[in-house]
Design a protein around this ligand. Structure first.
Ligand code: FEO
Length: 440
């Protein structure tokens, strides 16, 4: 249990037992299932956690509630990693009202054989008054399921964002946010860029000081950074300048071509080159990189008159996740009837706005001298500026700044938000944030 803002508590859990999140994503650093409580005149809980963590979650909840009873359980998302303790909770606190969308209630009856007696169905713009805290519900269908809503607490200026802004990784493991948030986003929400854009547009009108997702850390500072990345990802722009090369190789010759291209690009000064063996590297990481960079190379072998299985799986993932806005190059290998480029082009024809560099490179078993010249030429083409790279953009966001004065030395600082970060130290007298007062 942790107090994250006045009256707002974190009561989530870390999962280090899980091997594959949602049955497919490797989570070497575990997973966090977040859950929150606002303890006001009325008490509201935001989502439960995965069912295996019942005891730990109930202990966290009890630590916040003591002998008090919650009035509301707000179910923002019905996926079982969040609703897994819904029924156990209602058995313990039967007088609680469950607050959710109509579709979420339909899903409850599908997932759980239990009659929910106290229901409050909410829709866009509905609000709930807890006393000091006013909660406003914002529909976010398909971020990541159709029943999803997020909740804005007008008092603490906190956006409880459901899966949005989540990441892989338990909270007791320190790591960079963007890497595992990007892998999570493109694997889990990536297909629904339009819906994420819709949510971001609604968020533009809110004064947000904290984002509390259902996975990953609570985001309390530098919110433009996270909002900007979500805007880039959901608008299918490329985040980082560079080239990503994805290959499969049976006897090492296609790998040789991919590595020669990677080295040639590096020698020519390409800002970033990724070279990924699809048979050996994490598929979700590869998907993330394909969306991250503006220029993508696919190199594979002809196999059963089609393409090598790992490349087919990869291309299926990309198309399924709305792959678009890229410059593409193809390298095929085949000893007697090369056909891989044709098959890759057919699969990629289901993507949008993919500019294919022609001609593709054809290797007949071993890399020839001509192939080496073609790779050098391809590297030059791939060095050309990309129209798909995201431009610097100022995120639209309602922000209020306040002045805080040090009660010891009188130093005044302007800061975004209602309170200074807890670890803030006065640059003059070195006294902590607790010795400051808000003066406007
Ligand atoms: Fe974290 Fe879509 O469940």
């Amino acid at each position: 249990m942790k107090l994250i803002k006045e009256d707002v508590y974190y009561i989530g859990v870390n999962d280090h037992q899980l091997d594959l999140f949602e049955g497919q994503y490797d989570v070497p650093n575990g997973m966090a299932y977040n859950s929150y409580v606002i303890k006001d005149d009325l008490i509201a809980i935001f989502d439960t956690v995965e069912k295996n963590f019942k005891d730990e979650w109930f202990a966290n909840l009890k630590e916040v509630l003591g002998d008090e009873k919650p009035t509301y359980l707000i179910v923002q998302h019905m996926e079982p990693d969040h609703s897994g303790n819904l029924i156990e909770f209602l058995k313990s606190y039967p007088d609680t009202f469950v607050v959710a969308t109509a579709q979420a209630f339909r899903m409850m009856s599908q997932f759980y054989n239990f009659e929910i007696k106290r229901k409050i169905i909410v829709t866009e713009g509905d609000s709930l008054n807890l006393g000091k805290h006013i909660l406003k519900f914002i529909m976010a269908p398909m971020v990541h399921w159709p029943e999803v809503m997020v909740t804005y607490d007008e008092t603490s200026k906190t956006l409880f964002s459901a899966d949005a802004f989540g990441k892989f990784g338990a909270l007791d493991h320190e790591e960079d946010w963007a890497c595992e948030a990007r892998r999570y986003y493109f694997g889990i929400v990536g297909k629904y860029g339009v819906q994420v854009q819709n949510l971001l547009k609604k968020a533009e009108n809110l004064e947000i000081e904290a984002i509390c997702p259902l996975h990953g850390p609570m985001l309390m500072e530098n919110l433009n950074y996270y909002l900007n990345l979500y805007d880039i990802w959901s608008s299918y722009k490329s985040e980082t300048d560079g080239v990503a090369i994805f290959y499969t190789s049976v006897y090492g010759h296609t790998k040789e071509a991919a590595e020669l291209l990677a080295n040639t690009l590096k020698n020519k000064g390409c800002p970033k080159v990724v070279c990924c063996d699809l048979a050996r590297e994490d598929m979700a990481e590869a998907v993330e990189d394909a969306f991250r960079y503006p220029r993508i190379v696919f190199a594979t072998t002809t196999y059963n008159m089609s393409i090598f299985p790992f490349m087919r799986t990869f291309l299926d993932h990309l198309i399924e996740h709305n792959f678009q806005n890229k410059t593409i190059a193809l390298i095929e290998n085949g000893t007697w009837a090369p056909n891989a480029a044709k098959v890759m082009k057919e699969l990629l024809s289901h993507g949008k706005n993919l500019n294919v560099i022609v001609p593709e490179i054809r290797i007949m078993s071993l890399l020839s001298d001509d192939n080496k010249k073609q790779i050098n030429f391809l590297a030059d083409k791939l060095m050309e500026p990309s129209e798909f790279l995201a431009k610097e953009k100022e995120v639209k966001r309602v922000v209020k700044k306040h002045h805080f004065a040090c009660k010891i030395c009188g130093f005044v600082i302007e800061f975004e938000g209602e309170e200074l970060p807890k670890d803030y130290v006065c640059p003059i007298c070195k006294h902590p944030a607790s010795d400051f007062e808000k003066i406007d």
